[in-house]
Design a binder for this molecule. Structure first.
Ligand code: MGD
Ligand code: MGD
Ligand code: MO
Length: 745
């Protein structure tokens, strides 16, 4: 469909205007259309592109501030080689060629002496880096050990993707008309009658290619909300039912809802009979979770749970929008499974206004799958992937065991680490002080980032300056599987210093180390190859300008549009939407949803809870920051000048804390300082602390490391408490106490 007649670039008065999208650097998961106004090599302002259906001209504050990020005086502009001791902040500018020489020498030395698996590639939330880093790890280094940087249980989205593949063989999300370029006007779409927003605050976070304002658009069209969140969010304040649960008790809520829906006969018997497997076992399991028991576990009054169950099950269609809070608990997989079961029990699978099975922007049979380049790693080496034996369900190197290997040298030593688009000491890592030691144990550490981070300062030997999204040509495509979005070109606007794009660094390092796997002469050729199934080249895609939407069909399982054999059903070996995890049965872990207390809680560790009486959840997203980013951008910092811990006034009064006081948040693993924000929107037994804090304008050299140990809440979070499948970890279910900084520091 022709969306607009505007070209990808034009002149307007004294400005050049470029249409592009901010897929990465500074980050997010999305692909909002933006108009970049530039003069020469300077970005002057950003506006929303009204012709892009994904965001229809709307932008968040980070996007509107993009020019300040691109031109920040704190940007890295040249490759830097460490010349002092690690952490001393002594660096020499070197050329890219010298940097590549160092990389090549070190990588070849490690490969020869220890094998390629002694090199690890450490990633963050990915954005358009995921497939690039896979290719770097597998094809350039020949190592199987790509791992999210000390990100315990890779507790973000990957658990959802792996579980969905294992149970029904696709990727599902809430239907807000996003599959259609004509959006809310599309005649096949209807808004959900009810939406459950669960462990998610998308009006702030817009996570995983899902824009929060889409929900508001649905609300304008009649959608009513159920919100499951320990904090009163904007959406919760407008919900029909708000379930204010104790953090970490989500699996009990899921099982309670399932139990009510089944026992009251509110499920969709036809869908269940025809398309699902495992109903009887699920019914039996859920029957253990009476509303009374769920109330006791979760603190949610049983009347509210029953109201929510009835409202969801009797409103057709209905959708569930799920957030990362589900994965931020050890038993997170159980919540995810429970939610999938709810979609299926209510027959809301792939129906208009329900939870739909997405389709990539193009049918890209030949595009790289999840792990671009993995075919370059020999089978024997793949078997050496860290965590391969311990966690057979896990894909890639398991981060908690990777941390262990880097600390202990077992099962084998890790000698070289490559970090790109991650800041584990400030944000990604659980137990960041151990992560520091783990990186320090490596002989050679490279970091690629837009800014000098505490992680690079403390541990890197070589720091490479990455280009931001306005400094690169790239494509926005669904290379990593679940981050759905129409295909689009990312267009370079300016060049900052000697920064290079992640794509270009990949290609140049790859050509040095394994040229056969990098046959492209330049990035454009590589992009052409990546999107070759579309029948377009990169420059044709750019000229086309409009995003590429593939035709979308509802109820694909009825039409035989999901399975490789073209038969009706789901893409699973039994053709069913499984209400349990067949793969879990094989590896001997519970294959149905279950409730387990968080590893530390008032219930599981009552003695410890005498010392640390409060339940601690962390990391609800801030408007102005993407994780540890943006603390050096004044207008974004103005929105959230300090890290804040939310405390109920009654709780604060008990320990003499006043609004705005600096307080210690402490548990048996560590402590950090944040500023008290007293609020009635949180239960008196719960506190919530912000994540990702460091202070880019403070001293970089040790011991300060930009103040990374001052306010970093992850110091209260241990590594090694991942769930039984290797996925999920307790980022949002901890215990702590709070007290004024002056009273006992
Ligand atoms: N306590 C607590 N901790 C959490 C969470 C929580 O809720 N609570 N959330 C967790 C979650 S869900 C996630 S996904 C992780 C996120 O963890 P990460 O994704 O590792 O996020 P950051 O640590 O901010 O690191 C991102 C780095 O990438 C750099 N960068 C941005 N764009 C580019 C680019 O285009 N190229 C390159 N090379 N670099 C770029 C930024 O400058 C920044 O330094 O954090 C986790 N940490
Ligand atoms: N501005 C901004 N946007 C972002 C990011 C960012 O750093 N900044 N990060 C991106 C990333 S990588 C991710 S994963 C997404 C995450 O985006 P979301 O899924 O929205 O995650 P959060 O904001 O961490 O938490 C969502 C809600 O979960 C609630 N919550 C806390 N503990 C629990 C619990 O135990 N159970 C339940 N049910 N709810 C709980 C919090 O109160 C919060 O309102 O955001 C992405 N978008
Ligand atoms: Mo995330």
């Amino acid at each position: 469909m022709e969306l607009s007649n505007r070209p990808w670039r034009w002149e307007e008065g004294e400005y050049t205007v470029t249409r592009t999208l901010p897929w990465s650097g500074p980050g997010c998961h999305n692909q909002c259309g933006i108009l970049v106004y530039s003069k020469g090599n300077t970005v002057v302002k950003i506006e929303g592109d009204p012709d892009i259906p994904f965001n229809e001209g709307r932008l968040c504050v980070r996007c509107l501030s993009l020019s300040k990020v691109v031109h920040s005086p704190y940007r890295l502009t040249h490759p830097l080689k460490r010349v002092g001791e690690r952490g001393e902040d002594k660096w020499a500018k070197i050329s890219w060629d010298e940097a590549y020489d160092l990389i090549e020498q070190n990588a070849r030395k490690v490969q020869a002496e220890y094998g390629p698996e002694a090199i690890t590639v450490l990633t963050g939330t990915g954005r358009n880096i995921s497939h690039i880093l896979a290719k770097l790890c597998y094809s350039a280094f020949g190592s199987p050990n790509m791992s999210p940087a000390f990100f315990s249980g890779v507790a973000c989205y990957a658990p959802k993707l792996q579980l969905m593949l294992a149970t029904f063989g696709g990727f599902i999300w809430a239907d807000c008309s996003q599959m259609f370029p004509d959006r809310y006007d599309n005649p096949n779409w209807v808004p959900p009658k009810v939406m459950i927003i669960w462990g998610n605050n998308p009006v702030v976070s817009h996570p995983d290619s899902f824009m929060g304002y889409w929900i508001v658009e649905c609300m304008k069209r009649g959608t009513r909300l159920i919100v499951i969140d320990p904090r009163l969010t904007w959406l919760a304040s407008r919900a029909e039912v708000w379930l204010q649960l104790r953090p970490g008790t989500d699996p009990a809520i899921a099982l309670g809802l399932i139990n009510i829906i089944i026992s009251e006969g509110l499920y969709d018997g036809e869908f269940v009979d025809k398309w699902t497997d495992g109903f009887d076992a699920l019914r039996e399991r859920a029957s253990e979770y009476s509303p009374e028991r769920v109330e006791e576990i979760s603190w949610v009054p049983k009347e509210k749970l029953i109201k929510a169950a009835r409202l969801y099950a009797t409103s057709k269609p209905a959708a569930i929008q799920w957030g990362v809070a589900m994965e931020h608990h050890q038993a997170g997989m159980s919540t995810l499974l429970g939610v999938q079961d709810l979609w299926a029990l209510t027959g809301n699978v792939d129906v208009p206004g329900g939870n739909i099975i997405n389709r990539p922007g193009v049918d890209y049979a030949n595009l790289p799958p999840f792990a671009w380049g993995i075919e370059d790693v020999p089978r024997d080496t793949l078997r050496n992937t860290i965590g391969y034996k311990e966690f057979p369900f896990y894909k890639g190197a398991q981060p908690d065991l990777m941390a262990e290997a880097m600390l202990t040298g077992k099962p084998y030593p890790i000698k070289m680490a490559w970090m790109q688009a991650t800041n584990p000491l400030a944000c990604t890592g659980a137990d960041p002080k151990s992560a520091y030691q783990a990186l320090r144990n490596c002989d050679f550490v490279v970091d690629v980032d837009l800014f000098m981070t505490p992680s690079a300062m403390a541990c890197a030997d070589l720091v490479l300056p990455a280009a931001s999204v306005l400094e690169r040509d790239s494509v926005r495509a669904e290379f990593v599987g679940g981050w759905w979005g129409p295909l689009r070109a990312v267009n370079k606007v300016v060049q900052i210093g000697e920064c290079k794009s992640d794509e270009q660094i990949l290609l140049e390092v790859g050509k040095r180390l394994n040229p056969e796997s990098f046959p492209w002469d330049n990035v454009e050729q590589m992009l052409d190859w990546l999107i070759r199934d579309t029948g377009m080249t990169f420059s044709e895609l750019r000229e086309r300008c409009d995003p590429v939407y593939a035709p979308f069909h509802y109820r694909k399982y009825e039409e035989g549009l999901l399975r490789r054999d073209g038969q009706p059903g789901f893409r699973t070996s039994n053709g069913k939407f499984n209400l349990y995890v067949p793969a879990f049965e094989k590896i001997g872990i519970d294959h149905l949803p279950y409730y387990e207390e968080p590893f530390q809680s008032p219930v599981s560790t009552p003695e410890l809870s005498e010392e640390y009486p409060l339940v601690l959840t962390t990391g609800a997203r801030s408007w102005g920051f993407f994780h540890s980013e943006h603390r050096q951008i004044p207008q974004l910092r103005e929105i959230d000048p300090d890290p804040e811990v939310e405390i109920h006034p009654d709780t604060a009064a008990e320990v003499g804390i006043e609004d705005g006081d600096w307080v210690w948040i402490e548990n048996n693993y560590g402590r950090c300082k944040q500023r008290a924000k007293l609020t009635l929107t949180i239960d008196p037994r719960v506190v919530h602390a912000k994540h990702g804090w460091w202070y880019p304008v403070r001293e970089g050299a040790e011991p300060s490391l930009f103040g990374v140990w001052d306010s970093n809440i992850n110091q209260l979070l241990p590594s090694g408490y991942q769930g039984p499948s290797g996925y999920c970890a307790p980022y949002k279910s901890l215990i702590c106490k709070v007290y004024r900084v002056s009273s006992k520091s």
